[in-house]
Design a protein around this ligand. Structure first.
Ligand code: HEC
Ligand code: HEC
Length: 281
């Protein structure tokens, strides 16, 4: 039985290898991450065992468990993804997909899949890319450049605060970042389902990562399929770090940004205009 199953796996991966011989890199049947090549045929087995009950046999997000889950599992037939290093509206890189599935989606039913081997994860990424024809006609977008993080200063935080006002983040995320801005209650995703803005005061990790670099990418690429837009056209690359520094002060976490902010705020609170409609415009 065991031997037989291994035989089948060998034959099918051989088949993929042969078929891949004539195709170019980036073929929809493969993924390439850090020297590991994932094969869709092998990924299909991983998918059917671990992913299908939520994401559905056809990848459309309508698995048996989907009705019980909110937010709903991703519909891979649309090839629209939240966590990308690439510009809004473009396909993510294989690495983006592998990172997203390995990390899982905090505060949702999407588990972290780190227990699966890197090969298994690369294989299932290749398989996910067979559900939408977009992967046959388009390649992944070019990752948005992230300049090195400058030193943290109070000026940087204050400028980030101005951007939070000017870019109207508060309309959704609220003037204090509690996820309760004037637009918050009315937002829906690309499937017309209600969606809430992130609440910075929850202190929760972000869906798309934990580092300052991840945070930078979140608002410079947007979470596609949600009302969370990309600000790459409006925020200059170096200014992006100012916004990162300010956003960290909204989270009740042990960060250098919050420590610096608290110290400054204790003696300067009166100098600040409140964030929200009709101020600072
Ligand atoms: C228990 C249900 C469940 C299982 C099992 C599950 N997922 Fe998910 N998955 C979700 C949900 C729910 C989301 C959407 C989260 C969100 O939109 O915030 C999601 C989202 C995703 C995304 C979207 C990433 C992005 O950036 O938009 C990928 C990729 C993904 N899952 C891959 C997988 C893979 C691969 C497996 C199997 C190894 C798997 N999932 C198993 C529930 C599940
Ligand atoms: C039109 C409403 C809207 C505006 C404007 C908006 N956001 Fe969002 N934002 C959202 C929604 C909705 C989510 C939640 C997406 C999800 O959970 O899938 C979100 C999520 C986030 C997250 C968490 C992402 C993650 O990975 O969990 C961050 C950080 C964020 N927004 C920052 C910003 C910043 C900074 C601005 C302004 C420059 C901004 N947002 C403007 C609606 C908005």
């Amino acid at each position: 039985m065991r031997l037989h199953a291994r035989g089948v796996a060998l034959v099918s991966s051989l088949g993929v290898l042969l078929a891949a011989g004539g195709t170019t890199v980036g073929s929809a049947q493969e993924s390439h991450v850090d020297g590991v090549t994932g094969h869709a045929a092998a990924g299909k087995k991983v998918y059917r065992r671990y992913c299908m009950l939520c994401h559905g046999p056809d990848g459309d997000g309508a698995g048996e468990n989907a009705m019980w889950i909110d937010p709903k599992p991703r519909d891979f037939t649309l090839a629209v993804f939240k966590c990308r290093s690439t510009p809004t509206g473009t396909l993510p890189t294989d690495e983006d997909l592998l990172n997203a599935m390995s990390r899982g989606f905090v505060t949702t039913n999407m588990p972290p899949w780190l227990p699966l081997s890197r090969q298994n994860r690369a294989d299932v990424v290749a398989y996910i890319k067979t559900f939408s024809p977009k992967w046959k006609t388009k390649t992944a977008g070019t990752p948005v450049p992230v300049p090195p993080e400058p030193a943290l200063t109070i000026q940087s935080i204050l400028h980030g605060r101005d951007l939070y006002q000017k870019m109207e983040c508060w309309k959704c995320h609220g003037s204090k970042g509690h996820g309760d801005g004037p637009s918050a209650a009315t937002l829906t995703d690309n499937k017309d389902l209600p969606i809430r803005p992130y609440d910075f005061s929850s202190g929760s990790r972000f869906k798309c990562g934990i580092t300052n670099r991840d945070l930078y990418k979140i608002f410079m690429t947007g979470l596609d399929g949600t009302p969370m837009p990309s600000f790459a056209d409006d925020i200059k690359p170096e200014e992006g770090w100012d916004l990162v520094h300010f956003l960290r002060t909204l989270q009740p976490l042990d960060t250098p940004e919050l420590a610096l902010w608290r110290g400054w705020f204790a003696s300067h609170a009166g100098e600040l205009k409140p964030i929200g409609p009709g101020t600072g415009q």
